[in-house]
Design a protein around this ligand. Structure first.
Ligand SMILES: [Zn+2]
Ligand SMILES: [Zn+2]
Length: 185
């Protein structure tokens, strides 16, 4: 998930007690679910887009219309148990970072962690004031705030937003990347 370069840069940053922002524009845990036997993919029955697995609630969610269903383990098409979970969202990235850097303090910011109690503003304030080493988030991390101690911004799967079926995908990807990169200037 992390390139060797990014891994060493994070390690170095932790040593220097500097902060890191990791940006991944996909939330949830696994971003698509497929049967290895017949190729069936679990899609929202309303919108025909891939369902995303959310590990904390153990549910599949459609990020477009909000439809939810239980975790699938048996293929509804061919009834095999070869259902596999693929793709990386912010929940999986957070888990992976905590595994690879067990001493680092992390905080995650995406629609799933931003609630009334835990506002956008509050998460960013905590990142600033509570000695948190790594902020992991979706494009929400782009908005507002200047973090003087952030010297590294890692973009995971930078090409993922290029796959969005939108004629402005290239432009939007470039825009987000430059905004994120500016955080470390
Ligand atoms: Zn849907
Ligand atoms: Zn199947």
């Amino acid at each position: 998930m992390l390139s060797m370069d990014l891994y060493s840069a994070i390690e170095e940053n932790l040593k220097q007690k500097r902060q890191t922002i990791l940006f991944l524009n996909r939330r949830g845990y696994s971003t698509f679910i497929m049967c290895r036997n017949c190729g069936y993919t679990v899609q929202c029955k309303n919108c025909n887009i891939s369902m995303t697995y959310h590990s904390y609630e153990k549910k599949l969610k459609c990020h477009y219309c909000g439809y939810e269903e239980k975790v699938v383990t048996i293929c509804p098409e061919c009834h095999s148990d070869k259902i596999r979970y693929f793709g990386t969202g912010t929940q999986k990235l957070e888990q992976e970072i905590n595994k690879q850097f067990p001493n680092a303090k992390t905080i995650r910011m995406d629609i799933d962690t931003v609630t009334k109690k835990n506002s956008h503003e509050e998460i960013l304030n905590r990142f600033k004031t509570e000695n948190i080493d790594i902020l992991i988030g979706t494009q929400m991390v782009v908005k507002g705030h200047h973090f003087p101690n952030v010297t590294l911004v890692g973009v995971i799967a930078a090409d993922s937003s290029l796959n969005i079926d939108d004629y402005r995908a290239n432009e939007r990807t470039f825009q987000i990347l430059t905004q994120v990169a500016r955080k470390s200037w």
